[in-house]
Ligand binder design. Structure first.
Ligand code: PTJ
Length: 251
C-alpha cells in the first residue's frame, strides 16, 4: 500500500481509495469499482465530507426500519467489502442476521473471496454463494438471490448500487435502504430510505442507531418511519451540497 502520511489534507479520502485499489488487487473488488469510488469521492467532496442533517435523519429511519423488519437483509458487493467489511459484520451482529454477497460483475471466484473475507472478519453466516432464486425483471447477475436472505426479505440494505435492482426489489414489495453519496441517482430516488453519506461513515453510524433504538417500543419505531419523507430528505441533501459550496467556495 502507498504510505500516506496522516498529516495529508486528503488523508481519509486517499486511504479509502487505497483500500478499493487493494480490493481490486486481492480480487474481491471489480475494476469498475474504482470508477464507482471516484464518483463517490466527487459527491463526498461536494457534500463537504461530513455526515449532514439529512443523512442523520435517513440513518435513524433506516435503523427503525431494520429493527421493525420481520426479515431484514444486508447486501454486500465488491466496493462494500473493500471499504467496510468489518463494519458490515458489526451491523449484521447488531441485528443478528446474515450478510449476503450480491454482485453486478459476478464471478464465482469473487463471490467466494468476499464471503471468505467477511468470515475472516467474524461473520457468522454469509449467504450468496449458492443463490437459489432470482429477482424478477432483471436480466443480469445481480438478480441472483438466496431464499431465506434477500429473496424473502421485507427490508433490504443495498449500499453502492445502480438503480435497477433497487427498483426491482421495490417492485417485489420490499422496503429498500440505499447508501449512496449521489442524491440524484436512480437508486437514491427509488429507495424507501436513502442515506446520502459515505459508506465509511454511514455503516458505523447505522449500527450505532440500531443499538440505540433497540429498546424503543414498536409504536415509536413505526412513527419514526411514518414521519420519514425520502423526497424531502433528498431535497435537503441537494440543498446541503449547494449551501456547502456557496459557503466554502463562493463566500
Ligand atoms: O462489486 P460489484 O460487481 O457488485 O460492483 C459494484 C459497483 C459499485 C461497481 C456497482 O454497483 C456499480 O457500478 O455501481 P454504480 O452504478 O457506479 O453506483 C455506485 C453508487 O455508489 C454511485 O452513485 C456512487 O456515487 C456511490 N458511491 C461510490 N462510492 C461510495 C458511494 N456511496 C457511498 N459511499 C461511497 N464510498
Amino acid at each position: 500500500m502507498t504510505d500516506i502520511p496522516e498529516s495529508h489534507p486528503r488523508y481519509a479520502s486517499l486511504v479509502a481509495r487505497e483500500r478499493v485499489a487493494q480490493g481490486v488487487k486481492k480480487g474481491y473488488t471489480s475494476s469498475q469499482g474504482l470508477i464507482a469510488q471516484g464518483r463517490g469521492e466527487c459527491f463526498d467532496y461536494l457534500l463537504g465530507e461530513r455526515t449532514t442533517a439529512s443523512a442523520e435523519a435517513a440513518t435513524t429511519a433506516a435503523a427503525a426500519l431494520l429493527l421493525m423488519a420481520a426479515r431484514p437483509a444486508l447486501s454486500v458487493n465488491g466496493n462494500v467489502a473493500a471499504l467496510v467489511a468489518e463494519e458490515m459484520v458489526a451491523l449484521a451482529d447488531a441485528l443478528a442476521i446474515p450478510l449476503e454477497v450480491n454482485l453486478f460483475h459476478r464471478s464465482e471466484e469473487r463471490v467466494k473471496k468476499i464471503a471468505d473475507l467477511l468470515r475472516e472478519k467474524g461473520a457468522k453466516e454469509v449467504l450468496g454463494e449458492k443463490p437459489d432464486a432470482s429477482v424478477p425483471g432483471l436480466d443480469h447477475a445481480r438478480a441472483l438471490a438466496t431464499r431465506g436472505g434477500i429473496y424473502d426479505a421485507d427490508v433490504v440494505l443495498i449500499p453502492l448500487e445502480d438503480g435497477d435492482r433497487c427498483e426491482a426489489l421495490v417492485a417485489m414489495g420490499k422496503k429498500v435502504i440505499a447508501i449512496d453519496l449521489n442524491p440524484l441517482s436512480r437508486t437514491a430516488r427509488k429507495a424507501t430510505v436513502s442515506i446520502v453519506d459515505n459508506i465509511l461513515r454511514a455503516v458505523p453510524h447505522l449500527t450505532e442507531q440500531v443499538r440505540r433504538l433497540s429498546d424503543v417500543q414498536r409504536a415509536d419505531l413505526e412513527r419514526m418511519v411514518q414521519e420519514y419523507d425520502n423526497e424531502k430528505v433528498l431535497r435537503q441533501a441537494t440543498a446541503e451540497i449547494r449551501d456547502h459550496l456557496e459557503r466554502q467556495f463562493l463566500p
